[in-house]
Design a protein around this ligand. Structure first.
Ligand code: GLU
Length: 496
């Protein structure tokens, strides 16, 4: 029987969750669900200096909004100190780690003198015996230094070998020349483990089967691999996800690209020092669309189909569809996904969203008309933030007319045309969309008017602009009195 699939999303609470981080979480989640495994969240907060208040909450709230349910956790590394202490002792006793006492100043001097000679200072088997550590010093001197309270770090004793040969599921063999790997600090002088150490210890002790993370962690793989070997632990499989590239030009997508191109970079709003930056949620994107868009950023479902629910994705996902080259971020594409998911959204969700907005704005409405209104606005709705705007004409007469549109439409005859429309509306016995359309068509024909122009004038009167839901459907819904009122109002306006 093969091992149970257990994956983890391991963000550091050093700032809000970026859309790229959410993609990493999503791929972990999909991989876990597809393989009936566990999706674990681990907050990697060993670096207290970089801790940013509120970021853990932002990360967890973003996952919740996106629908990624956590099976285990969130664990916090800051609560697992005893485990790291135990494991560092173990590594020291295995002879794969050592205490080092070199001060910052001393290391700085070494660095400088190497640079002068055109080289780089690397703390490893080349020179560790010339430096101040438990390998070069006598036992009792080491003991004294440890007890002196002046502080020390624990370093990894990088083995002397040619290449560290690792495997990544997407890239195959990845080799790192061992002579450039330095003896990384595993335990800091403040008594905390470093990212690398805590990360590997946790992945092992949490029985993580697959490490799925961003490509920016690939350079750390050599060290992580060696740590597994030093402990003689079975390694997980590693999958380093392709980078997300800027919408145009070279390089990785950054937070600044969002400002530059005007798209959100966070799943949900991030508030820091009283200032809020809106996320996809606040900009009117559905979580389903955001997740669908992110899933296709670096992963290929193997067919032309693009629209998937989270549930469908969990059934389809396979690491085989992951690309190893970077995926370009296209903010227009996510807008398209949003429209597609609004078309698929449940009627209840859209009705509730509209009612919430109406209640908040204090607009009075007839609840029995809400379902019909949703049917009429849904096909054109792009962002949930536009739900009120798209349906305003059902509740209120236009507050203003789109002047440019009106200028193009109107002529000396417009007043008369509108008066004629008003009479037709008033005399209509069955005030239905189809009836009204036929009546206006007849009217245009009999009066030698351009039907399009008549429609434009009516739309301007009813909606205030030349776009929106089906005109006669709107008119049927607002009913006779209101329709006549609006047509008369535009006629009056033109007659001023
Ligand atoms: N804490 C790392 C980060 O913030 C996690 C890297 C990993 O997944 O191993 O991205």
């Amino acid at each position: 029987m093969s091992k149970r699939v257990r994956v983890r999303f391991a963000p550091s609470p050093t700032g809000p969750l970026h859309i790229g981080g959410l993609r990493t979480a999503l791929f972990n989640y999909l991989f876990a669900k597809k393989n009936n495994g566990d999706f674990i969240v681990r907050i990697e907060d060993t670096d207290q200096k970089r801790y940013v208040e509120g970021s853990e909450k932002h990360i967890l709230d973003s996952l919740e909004w996106s629908g990624l349910k956590i099976d285990e956790g969130p664990y916090r590394q800051s609560e697992r100190d005893a485990l790291y202490k135990e494991k560092i002792e173990e590594l020291l006793s295995l002879g794969h780690a050592y205490y080092a006492f070199d001060s910052k100043e001393e290391l700085g001097l070494h660095r400088k003198s190497h640079e002068k000679k055109g080289g780089t200072f690397i703390y490893n088997y080349h020179n560790r015996l010339k430096l101040k550590n438990s390998l070069s010093l006598e036992k009792d001197e080491t003991k004294k230094l440890i007890e002196s309270g002046k502080g020390y770090v624990v370093r990894f004793k990088t083995p002397k070998k040619d290449d560290v040969v690792c495997f990544d599921v997407l890239r195959g063999r990845v080799a790192f020349p061992a002579n450039v790997l330095d003896d990384k600090v595993l335990y800091k002088s403040d008594g905390n483990p470093t990212y690398h150490f805590a990360n590997v210890v946790d992945d092992f002790s949490m029985k993580i089967s697959h490490v799925i993370r961003g490509e920016e962690w690939l350079p750390s793989l050599g060290l992580h691999w060696l740590l597994y070997e030093a402990f003689d632990w079975e390694k997980p499989k590693f999958i380093h996800l392709p980078l997300i590239l800027k919408p145009v030009g070279k390089g990785k997508l950054s937070k600044r690209d969002g400002d530059r191109f005007g798209f959100p970079v966070y799943p949900i709003k991030w508030v820091s020092q009283g200032e809020g930056i809106e996320g996809y949620r606040e900009k009117g994107y559905l979580p389903e669309a955001t997740v669908n868009f992110l899933a296709l950023l670096g992963w290929n479902p193997g067919s032309e189909k693009e629209i998937f629910s989270l549930n469908e994705l969990t059934k389809l996902f396979s690491a085989k569809g992951l690309n190893s080259s970077g995926a370009r971020f296209d903010p227009e594409k996510i807008a398209w996904f949003n429209q597609q998911h609004i078309l698929l959204a449940s009627r209840e969700f859209l009705e509730n969203s509209l009612q919430e907005e109406l209640n908040e704005s204090g607009i009075r409405y007839d609840i029995s008309k809400i379902p019909k209104i949703i049917d009429l606005i849904r096909p054109r709705l792009d962002l949930m933030t536009n739900v009120l705007r798209a349906s305003a004409c059902f509740f209120e007469a236009p507050k203003a007319y789109d002047q440019r549109g009106l200028d193009k439409l109107k002529d000396n005859n417009s007043f008369k045309v509108l008066k004629g429309v008003s009479v037709i509306f008033q005399n209509s016995s069955e005030f239905s969309s189809a009836n009204l359309r036929a009546a206006i068509q007849d009217y245009a024909k009999a009066s030698f008017l351009n039907f399009g122009t008549v429609l434009g004038l009516i739309r301007m009167a009813v909606v205030g602009e030349l776009s929106g839901a089906g005109l006669f459907d709107i008119i049927e819904l607002i009913e006779k009195t209101e329709a006549v009122k609006r047509v008369e109002a535009l006629a009056d306006y033109l007659n001023r």
